[in-house]
Write a protein that binds this ligand. Sequence first.
Ligand SMILES: *[C@@H]1O[C@H](CO)[C@@H](O)[C@H](O)[C@H]1NC(C)=O
Ligand SMILES: *[C@@H]1O[C@H](CO)[C@@H](O)[C@H](O)[C@H]1NC(C)=O
Ligand SMILES: *[C@@H]1O[C@H](CO)[C@@H](O)[C@H](O)[C@H]1NC(C)=O
Ligand SMILES: *[C@@H]1O[C@H](CO)[C@@H](O)[C@H](O)[C@H]1NC(C)=O
Length: 398
Amino acid sequence: MWTSLSLWLTVTVICTTQQIGYISAEEFPEDAALDSIGLATKYGHPPIQYNVATEDGYILAVYRLPGKGKRPPILCTHGLMDSTDTFLIRGYTSLPITLADRGYDVWLANTRGNRYTRRHQHLDPDTDPAFWNFTFHEMGVYDLPAIIDLVLNETGANNLTAIGHSQGNTIYYVLGSEKPEYNSKINVLISLAPMAYVHNTPLPVATIIKLTPIITTLVKDLGLHELLGDTTALGRIAHTLCSVPVIGYTICAYGLLYPLVGSDPTELEPEFFQNLAPHYPGGSSIVSLLHYLQVGYRKTFAQYDHGSEINQKMYNSSEPPVYQLARVTMPIALYTAANDGFSSLADVQLLRGQLPNVVYYLLSPRLICNHVDYVWGQTVSYYLYPFIDIMLDRYNPL
Ligand SMILES: *[C@@H]1O[C@H](CO)[C@@H](O)[C@H](O)[C@H]1NC(C)=O
Ligand SMILES: *[C@@H]1O[C@H](CO)[C@@H](O)[C@H](O)[C@H]1NC(C)=O
Ligand SMILES: *[C@@H]1O[C@H](CO)[C@@H](O)[C@H](O)[C@H]1NC(C)=O
Ligand SMILES: *[C@@H]1O[C@H](CO)[C@@H](O)[C@H](O)[C@H]1NC(C)=O
């Protein structure tokens, strides 16, 4: 395996050397070292930080960019192993900055287990494996209710507009299914790169899904809990290696990112990648990744499968309960891209057929759009934001 990996890296290095001339001799970019508060402040919206506790004791950092008008609240939730940094790293053209400039009251939430949310009322993430015993299920059932209640409480609004990226959508489908009383608190969910089914993912993700039982056993045997967090060895290596000019872009973007999320190099230029590298990955639990792999392997969008014995105790059934998407009655807008390596068009069609209240569907007019362009793309404000405005105008009339 290591031989083929190094061969693959060599080939990608050779194939991409023509990119080298394109990299300027810039200083290490300033934004690389800024956190979410630093980024939002630099781009004109010093945020208010809230620390909200979930029913099961996790402490979440939520940032509010109050905007200058008095427009309704918009809540953004990030994807797997990601953080609120992801929404801000594009600076002036990033979505929250653009929306706050236009007067929206923008809220950015960190779900449990990332660089801003390695905190719990009594569990220590460094010493208690139980801290890492969560997947998107707990984020939907515990994190979102706490965050949504905070936003509605602080703003006095009856409902909010949600914008999710990737896993930031899965958690709303879980919420609507498991806590249906929250459906009426969302006036519309704008799902960018929606994730629920992973039944039709292209290669190489499909191959990884086939290896789910082996990966699960391996993770258990190695006693791993945290996935690519800032303090883990792999997380540190990733941040350091991917930040190196030229080589970092070649190895991490061409060698790792593009094969997984879909290749779209013009939207993710090398200078930007150096800014991005210290911000992603932002950490999560290993089981949250395993849960997605299970969904693909079992071909069912269901709760985590602990094995029949524990399932019986936990769920009163040897099989984990399937999420009831028919209960997800909030209006949902689905934004998809043909070149998305995780959220395939076939899987989104499957989801679209199960959700009872899909109000809008967009296939990105830029067919080469991938899984991450929605948040990281260089020109995304041209080909995506006008279509987001259609939903914002419809559900937040002035
Ligand atoms: C995680 O949760 C499951 C189900 O409640 C439990 O069986 C398991 O022991 C927990 N693992 C840890 C490390 O706490
Ligand atoms: C909502 O506001 C009330 C009164 O200000 C406060 O006591 C309560 O803790 C708040 N709840 C949340 C979830 O923020
Ligand atoms: C959302 O709240 C606004 C303001 O209170 C209200 O007019 C509107 O009917 C609500 N929308 C939904 C879908 O509940
Ligand atoms: C467990 O499942 C069985 C069979 O489906 C059902 O009869 C029983 O009431 C359930 N028990 C609990 C505690 O839900």
